[in-house]
Ligand binder design. Structure first.
Ligand code: ZN
Length: 224
């Protein structure tokens, strides 16, 4: 059983109210601060049907945006993402359940020694000093950066515990096998061909770094 902290009941202009067979579960992070309300109001003010069915806050609270039998756009795929693998475009969003973890994602260190979310200026990645410094850091080895970044916000223990319960529930409800392989941390044809399993957004797109392979997350996925 999963415990839904808040059901947002998105209006049906924000997702596609068409029940589809689900084959994949895709993990994202929001690149945002400590306010699920902020994520939601941003999504709700757009006219596009871009959303994920669930968002998990840093405290581990599970927010549901819409019933997971329906779908919305969250992969952002175009023909060129497929062409690199010699594949034709296929519409994967209707068959993929999206889950967002609230997190800043990639961080860079400022001269004050603290870590800030990244922003791009003149093509360069610089610390976004408009945001508060992020205290909860996950560090990769300098020779094993993930998608070009050495530092990320660490997904919390509470977040990963809620995610595990949610994944078990969704696997059960939609009869999805996790089919874990470490290739999910790279772009993989398994993701792009719509193979059954649990994937990261980064499994589909080289320009994405969500979710990052924090060891606790990787171990949890392996053990499902
Ligand atoms: Zn994403």
């Amino acid at each position: 059983m999963i415990k839904i902290y808040k059901d947002w009941n998105f209006p049906d202009t924000q997702y596609v109210r068409e029940a589809t067979e689900k084959r994949q579960i895709v993990l994202h992070h929001t690149v945002s601060g400590d306010s699920v309300n902020g994520d939601m109001s941003w999504w709700l003010h757009t006219t596009e049907r871009v959303a994920t069915a669930y968002v998990i806050s840093r405290e581990g609270h599970l927010h549901r945006c819409f019933d997971d039998k329906y779908w919305a756009y969250h992969l952002g795929l175009t023909t060129h993402h497929f062409a690199k693998f010699g594949l034709n475009y296929r519409k994967l969003d209707p068959h993929a359940i999206g889950i967002e973890l609230d997190s800043w994602g990639a961080l860079v260190q400022h001269t004050d020694g603290k870590f800030y979310p990244v922003t791009r200026k003149d093509g360069k990645v610089v610390p976004n000093l408009k945001c508060k410094a992020v205290p909860n850091i996950y560090e990769y080895c300098s020779n094993q950066k993930y998608r070009g970044f050495q530092y990320y916000e660490r997904y919390t223990t509470a977040q990963l515990a809620t995610l595990k319960d949610l994944l078990r529930h969704l696997m059960d409800t939609h009869h999805i096998s996790p089919n874990y392989k470490s290739d999910i941390w790279n772009v993989t044809a398994r993701a792009l061909t719509g193979s059954e399993g649990i994937f990261a957004h980064a499994s589909y797109r080289q320009d994405k770094s969500d979710v990052h392979p924090q060891v606790e997350l990787d171990n949890m996925l392996k053990a499902l």
